[in-house]
Design a protein around this ligand. Structure first.
Ligand SMILES: [Zn+2]
Length: 201
């Protein structure tokens, strides 16, 4: 909980840096329930009930929440060009490309996530939002207790008595799904193919 508090402060600081603030971005506790419900139905069906929503960007014409994106501590949910809901694990993000009128999030596996910022552009907010998104993703990426290398390194770390007595233990939380290669929490069902995500050994 304390960690979430710090995270929320950091994200708020990033958002505040953007001149004039960011329109249509709802953070944490200030996300209207109806907006979140609509976003879930339209493009974020895979969002788990226990996932902490960090930010919701509402790109819909009347603020219904039916298009845009949702950022949680682990995933970015949005819509592809065909309007289908897709999501990318933060650790799978390899590149964020700003190309008017939108942003393309490239990932190691699965299709790129295309975020349409056309309505943000009307308000001249697109670049600020893009910058903030990149910074927030970087921030989340640095928090997730898993390196981009295979998690086997952590096994050595947690078996060291020194580490256990002096520093918080790094437990491998994430691994690549053996079936499809997506990143998921160990012991949970892969969001893409529903196979159990196992720790590698
Ligand atoms: Zn899978």
């Amino acid at each position: 909980m304390a960690n979430n508090q710090k995270l929320m402060q950091d994200v708020q600081a990033i958002v505040n840096q953007q001149a004039g603030g960011l329109h249509r971005v709802h953070l944490f506790n200030s996300i209207p329930q109806k907006t979140l419900t609509n976003a879930r139905r339209k493009y974020a069906k895979a969002l788990e009930n226990n996932e902490t929503v960090i930010a919701l960007y509402d790109n819909s014409r009347f603020g219904s929440g039916k298009s845009g994106f949702i950022l949680t501590a682990d995933y970015l949910y949005g819509r592809d060009l065909a309007g289908n809901g897709i999501f990318i694990h933060i650790k799978d993000v390899t590149q964020i490309i700003f190309e008017e009128p939108g942003v393309t999030i490239r990932a190691r596996v699965h299709s790129p996530l295309r975020l349409d910022f056309a309505r943000a552009r009307e308000k001249g907010q697109d670049r600020g939002l893009f910058m903030a998104l990149g910074e927030i993703i970087e921030l989340l990426d640095s928090r997730i207790s898993y390196t981009k290398k295979a998690p086997t390194g952590y096994r050595k770390e947690i078996s060291s008595p020194k580490d256990q007595s002096t520093t918080p233990v790094s437990v491998p939380v994430y691994a690549r799904c053996r079936s499809c290669g997506a990143t998921g929490k160990i012991g949970t069902l892969c969001k893409f193919c529903r196979n159990v995500v196992e720790a590698r050994n």
